[in-house]
Design a protein around this ligand. Sequence first.
Ligand code: 13P
Length: 255
Amino acid sequence: MSRVKIMRKHIVAGNWKMNNGLVQTTTLISELKQQVKTSDAEVMIAPSFTNLWHAFEATRQDDIEVVAQNMHFAENGAYTGEVSAGMLKSLGIKTVILGHSERRAYFNETDEALAKKIDTALANGMRVIFCFGEELSDRKAGKHEEVVKGQLVNALCHLKAEDFEHIVLAYEPVWAIGTGETATPEQAQDMHAFIRNLFRERYDANVADNLSILYGGSVKPNNAKEIFSKPDVDGGLIGGASLKAEDFYAIVNAF
Ligand code: 13P
């Protein structure tokens, strides 16, 4: 399978989370196809595992990439209920979201487990959208940069510089997810600049400047333009607003 090389680009990805059965998936995809893209952003949708194949088939001719919300770190074996990189690849899925705060909070995903998942994804020629972000208590305590740095270093900094061609970062402050409370564009920019700088220090300017860093957390049609206008914000990971075709494309077209 050919690898998709990431050079810094605009990306808007819809994380459908545990929403939409087969009928709703079919309907939403046909509505998405009726929308017009005027921006240069790459468009991705992440349906549930059960609808990946259908979504992949339904978007084959379209400018929409279907991506997975999670995967296991093992290649195969006795892991009841889990899905491997090989299974995703066998459908044609090339990208996987890893480390979402809901996975960390409800399924005890640790930085160590995520490092293994990232290694497995890369070894299978997949690209990764890696999510991380601080809790409200971290921000209130002024520890948001320290927490984010820890998450990034623990999960990613064992990688080689060239591996970052296959990594997209998604900063999602936990307090902004599904709450309607967005980080201000300045808060997003400050954190994205901090992250880029971290990779400049740990690796080099090439790695840092080529990283696409997405923001996620209550991005809506009415705030996307301002957030996306910030120089270190390369796109968005969209939850609630990705479940309505019109809203999702309003965000895609905010670039
Ligand atoms: P909301 O856009 O619903 O806040 O969700 C963000 C998110 O978690 C995307 O992964």
